[in-house]
Design a protein around this ligand. Structure first.
Ligand SMILES: [Zn+2]
Length: 302
């Protein structure tokens, strides 16, 4: 049984979390029914309108209980919008996981967001492609990489296309429309697949971001940036082996002597002039999802 204090915290935090979801996404999908949580021995499971939850509500380092927020996110990512095939399970868990740092940003600001993303990065297993081919089992589909790598893919996409288009694409994925404030209950659930999300992003941005999804979603290996620095130049090169020959014109933020600028790396390589003593930090805010030697290439093989 929850103590009275835990119940008060749950209610207070749930109200704030629903406000977050309704602001960026749209109406709680089951407003004609209820929003319930039932205490179970199992840690958490997303049952529509009555999530199973067994973590004894403790606010963690993020300032709220990440699991309660995660299960609530599944009312949108999983219950309102359901993956068409198991191969698209990241639409539940990648988005579902990215909602915790996004909520941290909304509620507490940049430092909380970065803390949450950095923690997720250090926990990456990094063994599998997010979207797997062929007939897969539920266990294969819900592997750890669809959570963390899915979340990081969305982090970089959001940086690249901006907040407004990112949330618009997310609303269209969920509800099929952008102007979700006008929706009346009951709201129809829908099946979605990965290619539909990519098509939404490409239509809204009037650009082709297939290259980003091809690398982040469809291959196991993360892109690697080769950095060659001499006294008078800095060369950044997207490593072709890490991309398995695919194009990857991902821009890269570079900070030189404290001044930050984003460089376009259209043909996979760029050289920047330096002066002696220049201090360089590549992507100081970790906006670009890529392999860094602070994680394993694949944890299972260790
Ligand atoms: Zn989940």
């Amino acid at each position: 049984k929850h103590t009275q204090q835990a119940s008060m915290l749950i209610e207070q935090d749930l109200r704030s979390q629903v406000a977050f979801f309704e602001r960026f996404l749209g109406p709680y999908p089951w407003g004609n029914d209820k929003l319930g949580f039932v205490e179970t021995p199992h840690l958490g499971m997303e049952h529509q309108t009555i999530n199973a939850y067994g973590k004894k509500y403790k606010r963690d380092a993020g300032g709220y209980d990440w699991l309660l927020q995660h299960e609530l996110a599944h009312e949108w990512f999983g219950n309102l919008m359901t993956h068409e095939k198991l191969n698209d399970a990241w639409l539940h868990e990648g988005f579902g996981s990215y909602m915790q740092p996004s909520y941290s940003l909304y509620k507490f600001g940049e430092a909380a967001y970065n803390h949450s993303m950095y923690k997720s990065y250090l926990g990456l297993k990094n063994c599998k492609a997010i979207v797997l081919d062929g007939d897969i089992t539920s266990d294969q589909a819900f592997n750890p990489d669809i959570y963390g790598k899915g979340s990081w893919t969305l982090h970089t996409l959001r940086w690249l296309i901006g907040d407004e288009l990112f949330w618009q694409a997310t609303r269209e994925l969920l509800y099929g429309v952008n102007d979700t404030k006008q929706l009346a209950y009951p709201i129809s659930p829908r099946y979605r697949n990965t290619d539909e999300f990519i098509a939404i992003v490409n239509r809204l941005t009037a650009k082709d971001y297939s290259w980003l999804f091809d690398v982040y979603l469809k291959q196991a290996q993360l892109p690697e940036l080769d950095v060659i620095q001499s006294a008078n130049s800095l060369t950044l090169k997207w490593n072709k082996n890490s991309l398995q020959g695919k194009p990857f014109p991902m821009p890269v933020p570079v900070q030189i002597n404290g001044s930050l600028q984003t460089y376009s790396v259209e043909n996979g390589e760029i050289s920047i002039a330096l002066k002696a003593g220049d201090h360089v930090v590549i992507d100081p805010n970790m906006k670009v999802f890529r392999y860094l030697p602070i994680i394993d290439k694949c944890k299972a093989e260790q």
